[in-house]
Design a binder for this molecule. Structure first.
Ligand code: NAI
Length: 258
């Protein structure tokens, strides 16, 4: 039986990157998927790809940092597919000028917090009533390895926002633990997305980072999507408030192999 049979899954930031791969995987596992994103063309292309493969998906334009958009994306999911069972708050940004503590501009800090942290909260604020209405469900909130470990190549606002996602998710998991909603945090390490591929093309940049990954390579989007699928499905039915780290061994390492 498909692992998300008859479930409705809303994935933010699913027009590209890890979210898009997850949308295709969730649809292949039987979910009716709502793709919420700010980039309409990519979102529609993702829907087309899922439909061509025999799945069910729909796109809604939503900026997760805006409360009315977050409310509308949830309404869209319920009106289009009849409920909500999985809320995967994946959308996130990392602007190039998010850097060190002293260098990061104030408005960059505010924007990163608005999308990465407030956006996840707004998804939960508007999504939880729909999950309750549908008889309960699973929330997957995306944090990062940097919520757990500091880096000498800082992205201070991003790191702070991801730390907030981790702490917030634990709390809302406890808050809803007896009302049929599970909430877990996914902490990916470096993943081979188009942005990363561009950075990895610089041998110095690549060498500085790869040395810290015991497995010696970045992860693939599908490897995160599969972890998200586990947290979204009933296979993780006794997990809530947990942190799933998918990082090629980075957080386990003191010294990495030669
Ligand atoms: P990506 O940049 O490839 O995709 C992000 C998606 O979010 C895009 O489709 C974008 O249009 C959308 N988006 C951006 N702002 C939005 C907004 N305000 N409202 C709605 N959608 C918005 O990113 P990627 O690499 O797929 O990352 C997905 C998540 O995983 C993010 O939360 C990111 O922080 C996290 N992550 C990624 C890692 C990596 O190495 N790629 C490592 C650790 C965490």
């Amino acid at each position: 039986m498909p692992r998300l049979d008859a479930k409705v899954a809303l994935i933010t930031g699913a027009a590209s990157g890890i979210g898009r791969v997850a949308a295709e995987l969730f649809a292949a596992e039987g979910a009716r998927v709502v793709i919420a994103d700010v980039v309409e063309a990519d979102g529609s292309a993702a829907v087309d790809a899922i439909t061509r493969a025999g799945g069910h998906a729909a796109f809604v334009r939503a900026d997760v940092s805006k409360t009315e958009d977050a409310a509308a994306m949830v309404r869209f999911a319920v009106e289009t597919f009849g409920g909500l069972h999985v809320l995967y708050n994946n959308a996130g940004i990392l602007p190039p000028d998010d850097a060190g503590t002293l260098a990061t501009p104030d408005d960059t800090w505010d924007r990163v917090m608005a999308v990465n942290l407030k956006g996840v909260w707004l998804g939960c604020k508007h999504g939880i009533p729909a999950l309750l209405e549908s008889g309960g469900g699973a929330i997957v909130n995306v944090s990062s390895l940097v919520a757990l470990m500091g880096s000498a190549v800082p992205q201070i606002a991003y790191t702070a926002s991801k730390g907030g996602v981790l702490a917030m998710t634990r709390e809302l998991a406890v808050e809803y633990s007896r009302r049929g909603i599970r909430a877990n945090t996914l902490c990916p390490g470096p993943i081979d997305t188009p942005l990363m591929a561009e950075l990895m093309a610089d041998p110095q940049w690549a060498a500085r980072r790869l040395v810290h990954i015991p497995m010696g390579r970045p992860g693939q989007a599908a490897e995160i999507a599969k972890a998200a699928l586990f947290l979204a499905s009933d296979e993780s039915s006794f997990m809530t408030g947990a942190t799933l780290v998918v990082d090629g061994g980075i957080t386990a390492a003191y010294v990495t192999p030669e």
